[in-house]
Design a protein around this ligand. Structure first.
Ligand code: FES
Ligand SMILES: [Fe+2]
Length: 355
């Protein structure tokens, strides 16, 4: 049986938007862990995230204007800078001195890394950390890619809690039933027995490097012979796959971002080092969309059943990783509550399943 209510994890960096979707001088409404956000890209290219609520009368700042430097509230024109401080209150007369800089709408630490915009969401009760993010853990990064943006990035909102979305991410046995496009897997009649070795990794676990199945011809063509892959899962809901071939390498980042307790955005960013592949990008993006939409459709159907609060099951070894995810989450919350360091409960293990 599964643990009950999904718990939103604070004090993590979350991927909130592919960076290409926010141009200079633009602002965008967003949500993260039920908090309203306003993402802005200043004229100088830097990004920042404000709490999307005007501290004067509570109207979302996103209804206002952004001049590429400051946001102006649409109601009485109060202005706010990148650090969330108020910079001007138009109604003040010269003999009404007021330290407007003491008024803040709140700014969240915000970073652009490898073509994605990340926001750090602290505990609700805690004071907001410094907006420059000093003293926070590093933003998750894919090794060996420098700061190149992804070749493809797609995002879809799933109408489910973050735990169901995360399970889908680490579920090795649904593909033959859900991802049944002709170009992927035709049907479930060709299940093969799989055996994969796992080891603990920071805040999660890793499926150790292993050869890609020989039937994945596309990998061989593009990356060269003997392509291998390694997949790491980490809290709060990250999957990082690093594929290496004789000639080239590729990497995939999937980030589960809880918008609220009932809605989760799934972001996927795909990176590769092959030159001359720009013409293939639209096709690859289309296929990635179809693939993720298959996961989303099954989640929508699943909600019909979950609405009745059924008891659910996680079975070994197919769902062992989902169990690990639960254990990690619990340990992380316990450690935070008890004020002690997090201790990774995952032990090295070999898992088997048919898929
Ligand atoms: S509500 Fe924003 S300035 Fe008054
Ligand atoms: Fe899937």
């Amino acid at each position: 049986m599964l643990a009950s209510a999904p718990l939103l994890l604070h004090n993590f960096w979350y991927l909130v938007l592919p960076a290409a979707k926010l141009r200079r001088g633009e602002m965008r409404k967003a949500r993260l862990l039920s908090e309203p956000l306003l993402l802005c890209r200043a004229r100088d290219g830097s990004v920042f995230a404000l709490r999307d609520i005007c501290p004067h009368r509570g109207i979302p700042l996103s209804y206002g204007r952004f001049d590429g430097r400051e946001v102006e509230c649409c109601y009485h024109g109060w202005r706010f800078g990148a650090d969330g401080r108020c910079t001007a209150i138009p109604s003040l007369t010269p003999d009404q001195p007021m330290d407007v800089g003491k008024i803040r709408c709140g700014a969240y630490p915000c970073r652009e890394v490898q073509g994605n915009i990340w926001v750090y969401m602290p505990e609700k009760s805690a004071r907001l950390p410094r907006a420059d993010g000093d003293g926070l853990p590093p933003v998750p990064e894919l090794p060996g890619l420098g700061d190149a943006p992804p070749q493809i990035s797609i995002s879809q909102v799933f109408p489910c809690d973050c735990d169901q979305a995360a399970f889908g991410l680490m579920d090795p046995t649904h593909a033959a039933f859900v991802h049944t496009s002709w170009w992927w897997k035709k049907n479930a009649t060709t299940l093969r027995q799989k055996e994969k070795h796992f080891e603990p990794a920071p805040l999660g676990w890793r499926m150790k490097r292993h050869p890609l199945p020989p039937q994945n011809r596309a990998y061989r063509v593009f990356l060269g012979d003997g392509a291998t892959t390694e997949i790491t899962y980490a809290l709060p809901g990250l999957r990082i796959e690093l594929i290496e071939g004789a000639r080239h390498s590729a990497a995939g980042l999937t980030a589960i971002t809880p918008l609220s307790e009932t809605e989760t955005e799934v972001h996927q960013a795909l990176y590769w080092t092959l030159p001359w592949t720009a013409p293939l990008r639209p096709l690859a993006r289309r296929l990635a969309h179809i693939f993720l939409a298959q996961d989303r459709k099954v989640v929508i159907k699943q909600q019909e059943g979950l609405a009745h609060g059924p008891n659910l099951m996680l079975i070994d070894d197919a769902d062992t990783q989902a169990k690990w995810y639960h254990r990690l989450k619990r340990e992380w919350l316990d450690a935070a509550r008890e004020g002690r360091p997090f201790e990774n409960p995952i032990k090295a293990k070999t898992l088997q399943w048919r898929s």
